[in-house]
Design a protein around this ligand. Structure first.
Ligand SMILES: O=C(O)CCC(=O)C(=O)O
Length: 261
């Protein structure tokens, strides 16, 4: 089985949810016309890192995003790995991913578990504490957000449920892109899974972002690299590769969790 994934790397407009929603709608229509099964967006795409304006801008209960994804998924018959958006709920703010199937139903939800101090997330946001594994186009999958990538123990905790694809929406600054590439390859190899990671391009008041959204196979080979393009890059994931890779070196069977603290 093969799935076609659209990596929707774009220039998020700072503190402008309306413009960003329009862009997300436009990109979804383009991906659907190209026959993509799944579209993936970057982290915090509704407002960028306008954390000091969360009170005014965060999506209340995630309702606007849920409605938008419901409409787009149904209209274009596509699965959505919704990057992440700033959400306000119960007096707290979250960096939240919504996963939506082609019927418009939310089949996964994830609040970023590791908050990124360097960009002040810990001052403004509340951390999540739940795993997010789900089925997208019938494929067992899991999702994380950006800085989570630096915590292999968390990725493994979730991936050991058998995920074939690991999604990483991100806003990963250009200055640390070599680390992004290396760690994404490592997560693919060690978990014997496909990795689909979507970053943004452009600038915000504090950082420059140079994209390099990547799709990586379970051996760590790059299948697609979006470079610095503003727009969609496609990757075809051949899921039959998984059985071969996992059969040859069965790391999930050979683990020694009794020794791991
Ligand atoms: O870990 C990094 O270098 C980048 C993380 C990040 O930008 C984020 O989590 O928003």
């Amino acid at each position: 089985m093969k799935i076609k994934v659209a990596l929707a790397q774009f220039n998020i407009q700072f503190a402008d949810p309306d413009k960003n929603q329009q862009r997300v709608a436009e990109l979804t229509s383009i991906a659907a016309k190209a026959g993509a099964d799944v579209i993936v967006f970057p982290e915090m795409w509704n407002i960028g890192y306008a954390l000091n304006q969360l009170d005014r801008l965060a999506d209340d209960g995630g309702r606007t995003t849920t409605k938008l994804f419901y409409r787009l998924a149904r209209q274009y018959q596509i699965s959505i790995v919704g990057g992440s958006v700033a959400v306000k709920e119960g007096g707290h703010f979250y960096n939240r991913t919504l996963i939506v199937d082609p019927l418009g139903q939310v089949v996964g939800k994830y609040d970023k578990v590791h908050l990124f101090r360097l960009m002040n997330e810990h001052r403004y946001l509340t951390a999540g504490n739940q795993e997010n594994y789900f089925r997208s186009v019938g494929v067992p999958s899991a999702s994380f957000i950006c800085y989570d990538l630096r915590f292999p123990e968390w990725i493994r905790t979730v991936a050991r449920h058998g995920s074939a694809v690991l999604y990483f929406p991100a806003e990963w600054p250009a200055v640390r892109i070599p680390q992004w590439t290396t760690m994404l390859k490592a997560r693919a190899i060690e978990n014997q899974a496909f990795v689909v990671a979507v970053n943004r391009v452009g600038d915000d008041p504090d950082n420059h972002y140079n994209g390099h959204s990547l799709a990586i196979d379970p051996l760590g080979n790059v299948i697609a690299d979006a470079g610095e393009n503003d727009g969609i890059t496609y990757a075809e994931l051949d899921l039959t590769q998984l059985a071969t890779v996992r059969g040859a070196i069965p790391v999930f069977v050979d683990r020694r969790p009794d020794l791991y603290k």
